[in-house]
Design a protein around this ligand. Structure first.
Ligand code: SF4
Length: 197
């Protein structure tokens, strides 16, 4: 019979409580104690595998979400821990990764594109389509204006120095390779990410 991780935790907790009390001579008390063991709090949560977003180590995390039980309630992330099956971190997380639940629910977390119009003193929420089109338009204008095909000695350099690209460090090798190739093919040299390890 296949036993899930959370079933194993629940059965182990109840079994440990019952056997410990039984070993002390309180025959019969073990069942009562086992019945009083609080239900595993993640028992009804949905488990989702993901990658810590903070740095290039890219530790595996398990994200647990659940609703409050009311009708049509949206699931909320209630717990995040290291993924013990992940070969990179084997269930461990550094303090930053271990605090990622706070990051997820932070009111300061940026969740959608924001735009500050020329002359405005505030950012406003915009659609992804708007953001992508605006970035593409401004990038094209800048590249057309500033692309350098040859240096002053006539050597071909094909570089574009007036725009940079900030990538994510926790993507896969393949995504990182494609990002690097796509950005370098435009002539951009300033390619950076948040990895500092
Ligand atoms: S080392 Fe820490 S910050 Fe980096 S991926 Fe792992 S848990 Fe996240």
């Amino acid at each position: 019979m296949a036993v899930s991780r959370r079933q194993f935790m629940k059965v182990s907790a109840a079994g440990l409580a019952a056997s410990s009390v039984g070993a002390l001579g309180f025959i019969g008390a073990g069942e009562g104690l086992a019945a009083g063991v609080r239900p595993y709090r993640l028992e009804k949560a949905t488990e989702t595998r993901n990658t810590c977003p903070y740095c290039a180590v890219a530790c595996g995390v398990l994200v647990y979400s659940a609703t409050d039980g009311t009708k049509d309630a949206k699931p909320k992330v209630i717990h995040i821990e290291g993924d013990s099956d992940n070969p990179i971190n084997r269930g461990t997380l550094c303090p930053r990764g271990a605090a990622s639940l706070g990051f997820m629910h932070s009111p300061n977390r940026l969740q959608y594109p924001m735009h500050r119009k020329p002359g405005s003193d505030k950012f406003e929420r915009v659609t992804w389509d708007f953001a992508m089109e605006r970035i593409a338009k401004l990038a094209k204008e800048d590249r057309d204006k500033n692309f350098v095909a040859k240096n002053r000695d006539g050597v071909t350099v094909n570089r574009w120095l007036t725009t940079g690209f900030f990538a994510g460090s926790s993507c896969s090798n393949e995504a990182g390779y494609l990002t690097y190739k796509a950005i370098r093919s435009t002539g951009i040299l300033a390619l950076e990410d948040q990895a500092r390890i």
